[in-house]
Write a new protein. Structure first.
Length: 353
């Protein structure tokens, strides 16, 4: 099955992977972003999600059969993010409504569905792990819930099916992304190698010793395509991870080896990347100039605040993929390959030396 897909957030870590996959599978792909990048097989659509008038103008002549919502905007408080991100979803679906073409909408959220928003992240009474889709919402406000509600309301009104996709930490390639663990760790490792600093795990003992899983952006893209075109995926919410589990005590050594580093022993101390990298903008600019890298702006590559949130959690976090498996999604991605493949792509594109 193919059709016309509108990817909202096409320049992001999830949107770019999904757009590339669907274009390769023969779909007509419309890539919406504030500043869409040129990409093979993807028609750029320039629009600001927070300018309803401009958004209506940009979407008025488009007739997508499928919509992928893979973007959000960060603000200082959860209340602001609820207002802004919920409204953006409503505005996209309202702008497409007159055309009557939409058959399915896929919304990408994440494990904050179970862990709570950034303001209360990983605190209070949390569901038991592994997280399962039937565990439902926490009794706190969350912009993911606002986005879901906007999709559910539009689906009931306009008659399309929907799917919700909840990845764990996403490993993938995108410049300027707000939540990018893989590239953040690649930049951190490069800084350690180039400056002689110890390559220290920045997070908690619970994360170092406990089991964890992650989500390759390509795995998530395949899951979105499956749910969007399968009867089994219609009107369902899913966890999406690679299908394996690991401990950071094992993965950290593999990452270090790829960069030619010896990992520093873990002493149980949390050393947030946001603090370690706080003064590294000029250092990275010098490294970029010396090696002829394509991106000298550290802030466009690394998101240490978000990686700290994941690696600093005081609890073990794993997710259950049983629902997807039972309904027919059987794809698997080894997580060490996800990281190492990403590092190779970053080097090939001159984003790291």
């Amino acid at each position: 099955m193919t059709g016309t897909a509108l990817i909202v957030g096409a320049s992001g870590i999830v949107g770019s992977a999904t757009a590339s996959l669907m274009a390769a599978e023969g779909w007509s792909v419309l890539g919406l972003a504030r500043n869409p990048a040129a990409a093979p097989g993807i028609h750029p659509v320039r629009a600001d999600l927070h300018d309803p008038g401009a958004l209506r103008d940009a979407l008025s002549d488009l007739r997508p059969s499928h919509v992928v919502l893979a973007t959000w905007t960060r603000r200082p408080t959860e209340a602001e993010m609820i207002r802004l991100n919920g409204q953006a979803v409503r505005d996209v679906l309202e702008a497409l409504r007159p055309g009557g073409s939409v058959r399915h909408v896929a919304l990408v959220t994440g494990l904050k569905h179970y862990l709570g928003p950034f303001e209360n992240y990983g605190t209070g009474r949390l569901p038991q792990t592994p997280f399962r889709e039937e565990q439902g919402r926490l009794p706190v406000e969350n912009f993911y819930y606002a986005q879901e509600d906007a999709v559910f309301e539009a689906a009931a009104r306009d008659g399309f099916t929907w799917s919700v996709h909840r990845p764990h930490s996403i490993v993938g390639k995108a410049v300027g992304n707000a939540m990018n663990m893989g590239t953040t760790l690649a930049v951190y490792a490069t800084l350690c190698r180039e400056t002689g600093r110890p390559f220290r795990f920045p997070g908690s003992a619970a994360q170092w010793n406990g089991l964890v899983d992650v989500t390759d952006a390509r795995q998530l893209a395949h899951h979105i395509l499956w749910a969007s075109t399968s009867r089994a995926g219609a009107d369902e919410a899913f966890n999406v991870v690679n299908g394996d589990v690991f401990r950071w005590s094992w993965m950290w050594e593999r990452i270090a080896r790829w960069f030619g580093l010896e990992p520093a022993p873990f002493d149980g101390m949390v050393r947030p990347l946001e603090e370690q990298m706080a003064g590294d903008a000029a250092v990275w600019a010098e490294i970029a100039a010396r090696h002829g890298l394509a991106e000298p702006d550290l802030d466009r590559l690394a998101s240490p605040w978000h990686t700290d949130a994941d690696l600093g959690r005081p609890i073990e976090v794993v997710t259950d993929m049983g629902k997807s498996r039972r309904l027919g999604f059987l794809r698997y991605q080894p997580s060490d390959d996800a990281f190492l493949d990403l590092f190779g792509r970053l080097r090939a594109d001159r984003l790291i030396p």
